[in-house]
Design a protein around this ligand. Sequence first.
Ligand SMILES: [Zn+2]
Length: 144
Amino acid sequence: MNTDARHTHTGSCHCGNLRVSFTTGKSFDELSVRRCTCSFCVKQGAFHTADPAGQVRIEAADPGLVHKYRFGLGTADFLICRTCATYVGALFEEDGDTFAVVNVNILDNAADWPAPQPKTFDGEDVANRHTRRRASWTPAVAGV
Ligand SMILES: [Zn+2]
């Protein structure tokens, strides 16, 4: 029997242009849901999850309709659909590697996820932020 079954959680923006799938071997109890306290995530009401051993795919039917918003240190693209204004998650790219966090709210099974825990990343410099994302975000394939 396969004891470490992987689960794929799928979701999309409201209009369906941006599609996200998050594959992980972790259960809901093992995954953290982070309520980042930065001003963007507070205004969005976004909750993030990630698994460094998992994989994320983010694809756009029309990449021209994806806004890549950057703020603060400007080290990640926060993906927002231009048609329906939904924020689906963020991408971080470095040295040819791509990593993502997913906004749990856009997943089809969002209601099943555990309650988010607050996390603050204020005070990180660029180097610390890159190191943390490499260690904690999910390896990603993106077509946006
Ligand atoms: Zn959309």
